[in-house]
Ligand binder design. Structure first.
Ligand code: NAG
Length: 196
């Protein structure tokens, strides 16, 4: 009985050690890849949860980054939508217009990031000019998404006390994160060029 439970616990120990080392390998792969982006910490904290699925696959890492980016854009859209529903009557037309424009830009950015993710999907199976073409499209769309995100908050006031200032501040914060994640995605997609 003692020997059974001993070997069982040995088995469990070696099993958990094996799991830990696999995870370590793939998290260090993610750390290294993230170090080539402008926001290594955000990159790592956003992508390390997918370590076991990503393994050592740069294409998959980039795809997960784009999905995380889409996930960060969604709350912006829903936040703006609900802010617009409860706009105080004191909000200026200009503030409302800026939020509406922003909402549209964020929706465009979301589509562009989704398109980029699709473009990179299946890249492993392609060769030559097709690879270059697909990566080029993904780069173009991600850059366009970053431009849209920038334009969104550029339309806001100067922070000098309009009625919608809290809302704008909150949108700024959310868009900032989405923009950093878009930049991370672009850096990881750029990394595919040399890799292929
Ligand atoms: C990203 O999201 C799309 C759409 O939901 C999905 O089809 C795709 O498999 C996801 N990619 C990864 C790497 O999870």
């Amino acid at each position: 009985m003692v020997s059974i439970s001993l070997s069982l616990s040995l088995l469990l120990v070696s099993w958990s050690m094996a799991t830990a080392s696999t995870d370590q390998v793939s998290t260090s792969f993610i750390r290294t890849s993230c170090s080539r982006t402008l926001y290594p910490d955000l990159c790592y904290s956003s992508l390390s949860p997918y370590a076991s699925q990503v393994g050592h696959d740069l294409v998959l890492l980039a795809r997960f980054a784009m999905n995380v980016t889409v996930g960060s854009l969604k709350p912006v859209s829903s936040y703006i939508a609900s802010a617009l529903r409860r706009t105080p009557s004191s909000s200026s037309d200009q503030e409302v217009a800026a939020l509406k424009d922003c909402s549209e830009l964020i929706s465009d950015a979301t589509d562009q990031v989704k398109k980029s993710e699709k473009e990179v999907t299946g890249l492993e199976g392609l060769v030559g000019p097709q690879v270059t073409w697909r990566i080029g499209n993904a780069q173009t769309w991600l850059s366009a998404a970053i431009t849209d995100e920038t334009t969104c908050t550029d339309g806001f006031g100067d922070g000098s006390g309009g009625a919608g200032e809290d809302v704008e501040m909150e949108v700024r914060q959310k868009v900032k994160k989405a923009k950093q994640l878009s930049s991370i995605s672009l850096a990881l997609v750029n990394g595919l060029v040399n890799h292929r």
